[in-house]
Structures are given as structure tokens and as C-alpha cells.
Design a protein around this ligand. Sequence first.
Ligand SMILES: Cc1ncc(COP(=O)(O)O)c(C=O)c1O
Length: 396
Amino acid sequence: MYISERARKMEPSATLAVTAKAKSLKREGKPVISFGAGEPDFDSPPSAIRYAEEAMRKGQTHYTPGTGIPELRESICTYYKDHFGLEYTPANVVVGAGAKPLLFEALGCLVDPGDEVLVFTPAWVSYVEQIRLLGGKAVLVDTSKTDFIPRFDDVKKAITPRTRAMIVNNPNNPTGAVYDEQCLKDLGRLAVEHNIAILYDEIYERLVYGNSVHHQILNLVPEARDLTVIINGVSKAFAMTGWRIGYALGPSSIMGYLGDFQGHLTSNACSVAQWASVGALKEAEQDVQKMHGAFEKRRDLIVELMKDIPYISFTEPNGAFYVWFSVEKVLGKSWNGQVITDDITLCKVLLESKYVALVPGSAFMADGNVRISYSNSEEEIREGMKRFKEFLEELK
Ligand SMILES: Cc1ncc(COP(=O)(O)O)c(C=O)c1O
């Protein structure tokens, strides 16, 4: 069978690959600790389960409007009004099967073959692949030398007449960086000046720690409203990854197209999961806060433990649930005769020898680094970091 060039050029999701390998080792009975998956280990909120059960009992198991049930779109508007003071109507909201397909659909509405999209690296695995799948070109702007915050001059230099959009992921996966006001104002103004759409992926907006504050870009640059599509969802803050519900809010100029795009791709997101999300948005605030508190404690713990680990260096993360660190000083050393040539080999040998799963930085367009997802219990964090330290101490 002929396989298209598009499919052959696609890189599989490295995070999913690591998680799958960790799970298969676990099935073999190995004592695996996985810091791979970007998902909370908590149960979904009771209100979500209750709404889902009620929906099933009441026969809400059919197609829904393609862009989502009115009750959920209303709840999303209320959430944005309450949390950010932004006014949207349900007509400006599209509910999808997770934030991931909504990003693809939004890019599909913005990018023609050959068009460019700015991506600030290190960046989440799927952005670049989605842009490529659409025939677009991802223009990478490196933030590793600027504390993982995109800087005005670097972004401006990357803009060309073919630039259609910039993806702004704040708080950031994989770095845990939280963008400051100045950065967001700069990005917003550049977008307005050059007529570039902003895909504002704030899926981790509830997960910021210490003195850090999450800013909604439209509160800083309201004039960018007609160019901005907000991407959010219940996966991370509400511990609802498996339900697959995300949502997009944006101006009428694009949302109709986005809804039509989705209509041909998936139709509506799962009806029961939509009702579960209504329950979550309406009644799970306390659960979100409790999980946030647990994540903050875990972040403090892992950062303290990592300070004591040899060879690695990192900037303390302020958001999401990741720590991003450089392993440059490990490269070239060997473990039990196996030379650690790059971050991929490091993660492979570590998983096979100590059963600790981490994600190689090359999956985020940043070789020589590694991502830890600390959505694990404190015991697992202690044990995992102990094994990782042992591994590095055994290097020759
Ligand atoms: C930055 C970022 N955006 C979007 C998503 C996708 O979220 P969802 O599970 O809702 O598709 C993820 C999930 O890992 C993410 O890290």
C-alpha cells in the first residue's frame, strides 16, 4: 500500500511513546515510576462523574450540536467572565474532543500550504507536527537563552510576509515557564502590527505557583481580540484527560469556519463527556484548588530533590507540572558500558536500568534536555529522584 509522504514524515508523539513503553514494562511486573505522561494522577471531580451519570440515564447519548451543547458553551462563557473578565457568547465557543484537535482545526483555518507559524521552543510535541500536516512551515524561535520567555527582538526577526499565526503556550509545556506581562504585551503588539493570529494555548492556566501570576493576553492587549483564538479545556486542571473535552473561544471571523472544520472531522465531542465538563466547570472549583495545592507541594519537593542531583541544571518552573533540565554534562559519559550520546539514549538506558521514565528534550525541539512530569505521588517523586541520582552517580 502506498503511504503518503505526509504520513511518513510524521514523528510519533514522544510522550505517548515513553508512556506506552513504561506501561508495558509495568505489565511485565517491573517497578516502573513514570514521569512521562502530561496528566494528573488524581481522579476526576465527583461533580463531573455525577453529571455524566445523569446524562447517560437521561438518554443524552446522541449527536449533539457539532460545536457543543449550549449548556457547556454557556458554562465556558461564564468561566471566562468570572476568571478573566472577558465577555464571550456561546456563538464564539467551539467545544472539541480535547484541546489538541481544536489547535489542529484552528491551524487548519489559518494556514495555507507554505504559510508560516511561529513556535517558541522548547515547545509541546504536537504543534510542529500539526503545522506540517497542514503543509505549513513551523518557524522556531528559541527561548532557551532567555529563561524560556520569547523576547521581542527574536520574535520580530522571525516574522515574514508569510507569517499567519503564533502559538503562545502559557504556562508552558515543557519548560514550566510562566510568561510575564512584558512578554505578552510584546507578542500581542507584534501580532496586531503584523496582522498575525495568536493561538493562546492556556491549558495550564490554573497551575501556577508561588508568586507567579497567569495573565490572559487579552487583558494586556485588548486590541488583539479579533486576532486571538483561546485554547483551553478540562484535561489538566480538572484531571479529566480521558474525557477528551477542550474548547476554543475566538472572534466570529474564524469560529464559524472552525466549527465547520470540526463538523467534517469529528462532529461533536462525546455527549456524556460534555455533560461531565458542565459539572466540572460549575461545581469543581474546590477540587481544582485542592489539586493545585498538591501540585505546588510536589513542585517544591522535586525542585529541592533535583538541586542535589549531579550533572543536571535547570531553571525553577513556575507553572504546569513539569521540570525541564539540561543534561549536556551527562553526554559522552557511559553507564555499564553504554555511552550516553544524547537525551534519547539517556532516557532509554535510565528506563531499562532503573525503571524511571522521563521524556527526551529532542521531542520538544530541544536536544540535550529532558522533561520530568511531576504528576505523581510524593513517595513516587522521592523514589524516582533517588533512582535517577543513583543512575547519574554510577556514570563513568
Ligand atoms: C500545551 C498543551 N496544549 C494542549 C494539550 C492537549 O490537551 P488535551 O488533552 O485537552 O487535548 C496538551 C496536553 O498535553 C498540552 O500540553
